[in-house]
Design a protein around this ligand. Structure first.
Ligand code: ZN
Length: 102
């Protein structure tokens, strides 16, 4: 519980939703790191180039004196699967190769 814990915003994982009938997108934080509730943040207009630009630090709606960092929810495996594993293996190999060199 050092100073770092207080100043570093906690991660708040969000998924992008659009509001039916509108072109407004929201970041939905399903599990607030502070209160466990759901919070919404406007991500922008559907025509906006990159809703990812609206990710970042926000004051938690349940406690505006605290910040949290709205970030994309890590994808459940699927796409990562092979490539991530291959990459990890590649990285591992590099390390091994380095060891061999020494
Ligand atoms: Zn909250």
């Amino acid at each position: 519980m050092g100073k770092k814990d207080r100043t570093t915003p906690r991660m708040a994982y969000a998924s992008l939703r659009d509001m039916p009938g509108t072109r407004v997108m929201f970041w939905v934080v399903d599990d607030c790191p502070y209160c466990g509730e759901r919070h919404l943040h406007i991500a922008g207009h559907l025509r906006m180039a990159d809703p990812g630009e609206s990710l970042g630090e926000y004051p938690a709606p349940c406690d505006p004196s605290r910040m949290y960092e709205v970030a994309l929810t890590p994808r459940p495996k699927r796409k990562q699967g092979k490539e991530a594993r291959r990459k990890a293996r590649r990285d591992g190999k590099d390390e091994v190769l380095d060891d061999d060199k020494w």
